[in-house]
Design a protein around this ligand. Structure first.
Ligand SMILES: NC(=O)c1ccc[n+]([C@@H]2O[C@H](COP(=O)([O-])OP(=O)(O)OC[C@H]3O[C@@H](n4cnc5c(N)ncnc54)[C@H](O)[C@@H]3O)[C@@H](O)[C@H]2O)c1
Length: 422
């Protein structure tokens, strides 16, 4: 094995479990993160994210000396980059979001001085087509003394590949090992070396392709989900208008042997499905029509939910004419972007809750069993327990189907259930 020391750049939801996996196979792993708190936490053998079983693996890896975290890169034989790939803020409403590669550029510039002949650099971050080639250009510009695959092909001093990550938060430890991996080397040799590296812990198949196809494969997977969810979300709006229970409708349609409609919700969030389709749309705006429409359908769903809340408040006040909007308490159940995790990034549930807290004259309370404090300073919003919310609120808005919310009977009257569990 030509990799004695492995470095992972970016120790978040993807990078830390990946680093821990290599370390659990008794590889020397140097994790790099610009976040001092993350580095300190990991070096104490603890973790700063919620992911089942990861704490034990990190704790063992750090105490046995296989994993350490640092703020600036050190020499290694392989570098895996798992930094964020968001999009740039849009200038005007309706503009197509453009990918922001500044974290990849910063990571490439940080590792460049450490590179030596024989090293392998893998971009794991979900990236627009062409980003791996761009990263290789940044590395080459920083290290004119070394050769890279775009100029030297299989004879390059440094090998470069894109290997996208497709693990499911909450199941990362198992999926890292079991999932098949797409390995997109810039040359055949780059791919072969990347396979050799991943085989340290991956039991799934490592399927070889080129870097551009690997980039597009990951974007395709998430765009496919986004389009399918948009179909379910559109159905939920149509059914509401036609007074049909969308959950019953979908379960009936899914009895057809070749139909599998997904479940609607309050919108699409997270840093993958709501982001990655834009990487396709921004590259090919005239061709990606369906993918673009799906993004717009899913992005419009939160506003539809907020309207439902406004209607529920009006109905409540009509039934209780002695009260005003100030007397109405609204409970929002769930803030995370999907069930049973603490991740609030790009969460439609959080955005809906924030907007309701801004617009509503009365109390707004939130229930989120996976966090201890609210991330936004909003005086109108308070974090409470499920039981308190059930008792206190006049309007109940279910936004995330966390396991804690799946009760046989629910005490509240005025319900808006965006996930169909009540
Ligand atoms: N989280 C997921 O479920 C998931 C799944 C598949 C793919 N991805 C992709 O993986 C990539 C990483 O996602 P994540 O969820 O792990 O993000 P994250 O925000 O949890 O972690 C990223 C880490 O990178 C660090 N960082 C930023 N710039 C850095 C730099 N220049 N040097 C060192 N560290 C730096 C940040 O401090 C942070 O700790 C993204 O492209 C994402 O789209 C994520």
């Amino acid at each position: 094995m030509s990799f004695n020391t492995i470095s992972v750049i970016g120790l978040g939801y993807i990078g830390l479990p990946t680093a821990a996996m290599f370390a659990s196979r008794k590889k020397k792993v140097i994790g790099v993160d610009v976040n001092q708190r993350a580095v300190d936490t990991i070096n104490r053998g603890e973790i700063h994210i919620v992911e089942p079983d990861l704490d034990m693996i990190v704790h063992a890896a750090v105490t046995e000396g296989y994993l350490k975290a640092v703020l600036t890169p050190e020499p290694a034989d392989a570098f895996l980059i798992a930094v964020p790939t968001p999009f740039l803020p849009v200038q005007m409403e309706g503009d197509i979001p453009q990918p922001d590669l500044k974290y990849i550029e910063a990571a490439a510039n940080a590792i460049a001085p450490m590179l030596k002949k024989g090293d392998l650099v893998i971009l794991e971050s979900t990236s627009p087509v062409g980003a791996t080639e761009q990263m290789a250009e940044w590395l080459a510009a920083a290290r004119p003394d070394l050769t890279f695959p775009q100029a030297a092909g299989d004879n390059a001093d440094v090998n470069v590949a894109h290997c996208p990550e497709r693990v499911l938060p909450g199941h990362v430890v198992r999926e890292l090992v079991e999932n098949d991996r797409v390995i997109g080397g810039m040359t055949a040799k780059c791919s072969a070396r990347a396979v050799e590296l991943y085989k340290t812990f991956v039991q799934g198949e490592c399927v070889i392709t080129n870097a551009r196809t690997a980039e597009m494969a990951k974007l395709t997977e998430n765009s496919c989900r986004d389009v399918q969810i948009a179909f379910a979300n559109e159905l939920s709006i149509i059914c509401d208008k036609l007074d049909i229970d969308v959950w019953e409708l979908i379960s009936l349609a899914n009895r057809h042997p070749r139909i599998n409609i997904l479940q609607p919700g309050p919108g699409v969030g997270g840093h993958c499905i709501a982001v990655d389709p834009w990487f396709i749309v921004s590259k090919t705006p005239n061709e990606a029509k369906l993918i673009h429409t799906a993004r717009k359908v899913n992005d419009a769903k939160p506003e539809w939910v907020i309207n439902k809340v406004k209607i529920a408040i009006a109905d409540f006040l009509q039934a209780n004419p002695e009260k005003t909007a100030k007397d109405v308490t609204i409970a929002c159940y769930g803030l995370a972007f999907k069930p049973d995790i603490d991740d609030l990034r790009e969460s439609p549930a959080l955005n809906i809750t924030k907007k309701i807290a801004e617009m509503h004259a009365g109390k707004v309370i939130a229930v989120e069993p996976n966090i201890k404090e609210l991330p936004v300073v909003n005086t109108a919003l308070r974090l409470v327990s499920f039981e308190e919310a059930e008792k206190m609120a006049d309007v109940h808005l279910l936004l995330v189907d966390h396991k804690e919310f799946k009760k046989e009977s629910f005490g509240g009257n005025c319900l808006i259930d965006t996930k169909g569990i009540w």
